[in-house]
Design a protein around this ligand. Structure first.
Ligand SMILES: Nc1ncnc2c1ncn2[C@@H]1O[C@H](COP(=O)(O)OP(=O)(O)O)[C@@H](O)[C@H]1O
Ligand SMILES: C[C@H](O)[C@H](O)[C@@H](O)C(=O)COP(=O)(O)O
Ligand SMILES: [Mg+2]
Length: 476
């Protein structure tokens, strides 16, 4: 059996287990298992099905031998902000309610009456998204105070999956920062903020950074799998792992393009200036305490919902191809309006927006898809201008990573609309960053710079430059 490090990357639309190992100085990947992820309705809330997700993780681990691997280590990363609470017997007190659930409507506005936006931002550096953990917990404090009182453990989604594997309970740093409850300077829970909101401080676990060794598998799982492995902490916020895999950051803005589009840069310090607050940028914790200065843009969630509205009749590749044929259709929407966060019917919501703004209403799948891709590219372009205004410099390259790097039309639109070089890939950046972090922890790679050099040498990127010679052309 060959040894490997196993990345479990679970995004909002899909999960995958990928084996990573070094061969001939390059990082090699073998996909072991892939599965869908989706929001379900449970007890009148939108939730994640953690039971199914853990079964998929175990199914993937069982399949390693079939691919000739016995993993030496495993690391889990998922989407941000969501969590579960456990009681004194480590039983689940709550469902894993999803960030798209409307329960947080109005909660952010109530919290900033208690703690000002400026104080929250200056201390945590985290963007104001209505679904941040702080607002989810405030909802529970107001509406289910008995749950907050009974809670002995607060575990974010990857923390809980790690607990199921090892029996150990910790909060991993990069994902903990997305709660908007971690102080960007102390790198620890902001206990003054927790007190101001009346939240139960005792339920929060010790924060541990990436490269921590959580432990080994529970005995019953060793018996089930027939082998043990080290459970390591990569950046368990998926975007934190993805940014590890961006090969060159010097002159680059990344777009982690999946269900969400996370667009930003990497720093060694948080940027909490007023302009960053006004433009709603965030300073999420990164590998080795770097900061991911980025903004959430609605992302390919919109085309996922369009695809679902068409009963999955079209693949993502077909929707991009159909959009590419609609060259004259140019209606655009503001993708970042809350109305697109979880509409009942995405296509109808897009059509309503175009009617209300007196634009041509998209009717064909190609027109709907082109409207989404054009509008995303416009939103990316605005965010890039805001980043360059805050950094007071220009960036030469945009590196699109994640599943969206496969969308050639969108990559070209980004190049055309920004007049910058676009490098697309690696598609599985999140898993690659997760694996690289594990290999650094195991001493198989010396450090982050060496990892990024190896990633650059191991994975080809597709490059796009502007085809638009429309001098002085200004996009709406
Ligand atoms: N062949 C393809 N052509 C164009 N876009 C694609 C293709 N395959 C996947 N995508 C895009 O990638 C997205 C999924 O990216 P991924 O990083 O896996 O998302 P997440 O991690 O959020 O689940 C899909 O929503 C789709 O828009
Ligand atoms: C809700 C968060 O902003 C979201 O999880 C984002 O941080 C993220 O990581 C999304 O990852 P996907 O792979 O689901 O796009
Ligand atoms: Mg993802």
């Amino acid at each position: 059996m060959n040894k490997c490090s196993l990345a479990v990357d679970i995004g909002a639309s899909s999960g995958r287990l990928i084996a990573g190992y070094i061969q001939g100085g390059q990082l090699k990947l073998t996909e072991i298992h892939r599965f869908d992820n989706k929001i379900i309705k449970k007890n009148n809330h939108f939730c994640w099905d953690l039971e199914v997700l853990f079964l998929e993780i175990k199914k993937g681990i069982h399949q390693c031998f079939r691919h000739g691997f016995q993993p030496e280590s495993i690391g889990i990363d998922t989407w941000a902000v969501d969590f579960v609470l456990l009681d004194e017997n480590d039983a689940l007190l709550t469902d894993a309610v999803a960030y798209r659930d409307p329960r947080t409507d109005g909660m952010m506005e109530e919290v900033i009456k208690i703690v000002s936006k400026e104080r929250l931002y200056l201390e945590t550096g985290i963007q104001f998204q209505k679904f941040n953990t702080i607002y989810q917990l405030y909802y529970l404090q107001k509406n289910r105070p008995e749950l907050i009182r009974k809670a002995k453990s607060f575990l974010m989604i990857p923390d809980y999956l790690n607990y199921l594997l090892t029996g150990r309970k910790v909060n991993e740093y990069t994902n903990a920062t997305t709660t908007q409850l971690v102080n960007a300077f102390t790198k620890n829970w902001d206990t003054e903020l927790l007190d101001q909101l009346g939240l139960n401080k005792e339920m929060f676990q010790e924060i541990q950074p990436p490269k921590s060794v959580l432990g080994n598998l529970r005995e019953d799982l060793i018996d089930e799998f027939g082998f043990d492995m080290k459970v390591l902490l990569p950046p368990t916020h998926d975007t934190g792992s993805a940014v590890v895999a961006v090969p060159e950051l010097e002159d680059t803005i990344y777009i982690s393009s999946g269900t969400w589009s996370l667009i930003g840069a990497e720093n060694h310090f948080p940027i909490c200036v007023t302009k960053a607050l006004d433009y709603n940028f965030t300073n999420e914790g990164g590998f080795e305490y770097r900061f991911r200065f980025l903004k959430n843009i609605m992302g390919l969630w919109m085309i996922q919902e369009v695809k679902r509205n068409y009963d999955d009749h079209y693949s993502f590749a077909e929707l991009a191809r159909l959009a590419n044929q609609e060259t004259s259709f140019d209606s655009k929407i503001n993708v970042d309006e809350d109305r697109f966060l979880k509409p009942d019917h995405m296509i109808q919501e897009i059509q309503r927006y175009c009617e209300q703004t007196e634009q041509d209403v998209p009717e064909t799948p190609g027109q709907v898809a082109k409207c989404v891709f054009d509008s995303l590219a416009v939103s990316y372009r605005e965010a890039i201008h805001q980043i360059e205004e805050i950094y007071e410099r220009e960036f030469k390259t945009i590196n699109v990573i994640g599943g969206g790097a496969q969308n050639e039309l969108l990559n070209q639109l980004i190049a055309d609309m920004t007049n910058k070089q676009v490098a697309a890939g690696p598609v599985e950046a999140t898993s690659i960053g997760n694996i690289a972090s594990q290999l650094i922890t195991l001493g198989e790679i010396d450090g982050l710079n060496e990892a990024r050099k190896m990633i650059k040498d191991s994975f080809k990127m597709k490059r796009y430059s502007s085809q638009n010679k429309l001098e002085g052309f200004t996009w709406q």
